[in-house]
Design a protein around this ligand. Sequence first.
Ligand code: SF4
Length: 713
Amino acid sequence: MHSTTAPSTPTHCPYCALQCGMGLAPDPRGDGGLAVVERAQFPVNRGALCGKGRTATAVLSSRVRLTEPLVRTHATGRLEPATWEEALDRIAEGLSRTRAEHGADAVGVFGGGGLTNEKAYALGKFARVALGTSQIDYNGRFCMSSAAAAHQRAFGLDRGLPFPLEDIPRTGCVILVGSNLAETMPPALRYLTELRENGGTLIVVDPRRTKTAEQADLHLAPRPGTDLALALGLMHLLVAEGRTDEAYIGERTKGWEEARAAAMAHWPELVERITGVSVPELREAVRLFSTPKDAMVLTARGPEQQSKGTDTVGAWINLTLATGRAGRPLSGYGCLTGQGNGQGGREHGQKADQLPGYRKLTDPAARAHVAQVWGVDPESLPGPGRSAYELLDALGGDVRSLLLMGSNPVVSAPRAAHIEERLRSLDFLAVADVVLSETAELADVVLPVAQWAEETGTTTNLEGRVLLRRRAITPPPGVRTDLFVLHELAARLGVEKGFPTDPEEVFEELRRASAGGPADYSGITYGRLAAEDGVFWPCPAQEGVEVRGGEPVGAEAELHPGTPRLFLDRFATEDGRARFVPVVHRAAAEEPDAEFPVLLTTGRVVAQYQSGAQTRRVAELNTAAPGPFVELHPQLAERIGVADGEEVTVVSRRGTAVAPARVSRAIRPDTVFMPFHWPGEGRANTLTNPALDPVSRMPEFKVCAVRLERTAA
Ligand code: SF4
């Protein structure tokens, strides 16, 4: 981070869902670039940034990014520089040919949880209006879809955190399940530190003793894939010890009898056998969680990225309902969404089953409302399409062409070698990205698009706080915005209107499309966002109030303040009551056996982000985290004869990966961990299992069976 006296542009980090506030100022070295400066007054991170945020401007450099369109030529078979006209014509031609020969659903669209709200909205509209395809989904499906599904099922509405982060230090106890905040969102760790300074307690559930788990009063290390049983065991003890809140259950919930009966089948000794967490540890967790007046459960990818992720999150939500914590001040359940716009990206229509405003594509009233905003016949809107993995798996089958924006599934999808092969089998692949990612390398056309600091747009952070990212620098001459790409492609496909290139114009339409929906943004304007530290949705427009420059016009007019805290009066179900969902433990889709006796779990490291497409191009981050590794316990290392730093081969039913061993007592002896940021022979997702959750369609990234071998010299 630099210090400068030059005026800076307030904006937000391009990476994770914390969306830390930062300033961008001219680089004091005078090279025409930008430097990151502190923005101490923004409440979420109060100036703190992790290494990714501090170095975010490095990816703006033309040395590491795409600056001209690339088209694969018939003559050489290689990607060669082309003009924008040539590249856009080629994409329109490729998509049109597939549509003419195989029908609209043979064209797929794949988006990303890093796209701004405006881009996610425009991409969903482009798929349904310009292409007429139902085959659109996005990589956010791989991030938080199980928590979103469980949220919907229990509360009738999904917003990652139904309360601001600032509430966390003031609660009495937090159970943090499957989150390593110290590495994924370091500035957020202070909320947990302050919780403990204020006398609250922290329970961390993680198979590894992570840097976050080291902060905990109690660390529970269940076997991967058994957090559902763990939550049920805690529920059993809550009931057995009379620690449930029967008055709250009677007033604000439904379905308790069935959920209680399901939990009572998971007695502590059985749960100890399933999870490896001892009965005394279970009892201590119940005591810490149920004693204070207020408490929270926060989940992340650990319980969510499982073939039973929705039920697992549901079991943790049930704990908050049984103890009367959900929908009360300083208490509740929340999901720590991961991707930069993981929240907003799932609200405005790039998801297979969705229309803007978090509306359902199957709801006739929602279709009519959005069709009217779009100026099309509701009958013309396709129905729901396939989920992300299913869409990728169908490539080269009945989906013959693909337009992909802001995603790198060659590294980030489960069973990645198979997905890479599916991408190669397409008739036509177009990729819009800022760098030549591993997926872009396979494309027929690659479009170089503008980055976070080069264009204005909104994101919605993990709290449901809508934020304005501002343009601080002009993109290089050969670069265009994603909105420009969609505008030009729509025109070439015969849709001349409805795809503006100005982000504020898109946001104004998004406001109208979201009005009256669960994620209602209609009372939010760019002017307001420029003046405030974000606005929490739902924020409906006040009837009759005109907004100019962020201010209501008229003496009596007042703006809706936004909704930092949800469910305080009622849940978003028809009768206002939350729903207990009866859930029971079941095994992972793939359990260890004689051939594959070890469990693999995957995750992130602090210096890299998701598929690494951007962060692997930043020298400082690569020095800190240069490549993949296999973390394993000394007992396991000794058994296979591998020393720290030696190459180890990891084999699953889907493929083989090779990386150096990192021997550590921080992990269970029956489990190995690999970070998933790298391509090539160390690609963790070569190994992962695409078994899908039946509700959320989330793949089981967090647990599969593997065999370890010492790599031959
Ligand atoms: Fe960016 Fe997330 Fe790091 Fe904050 S924690 S600086 S948002 S990557």
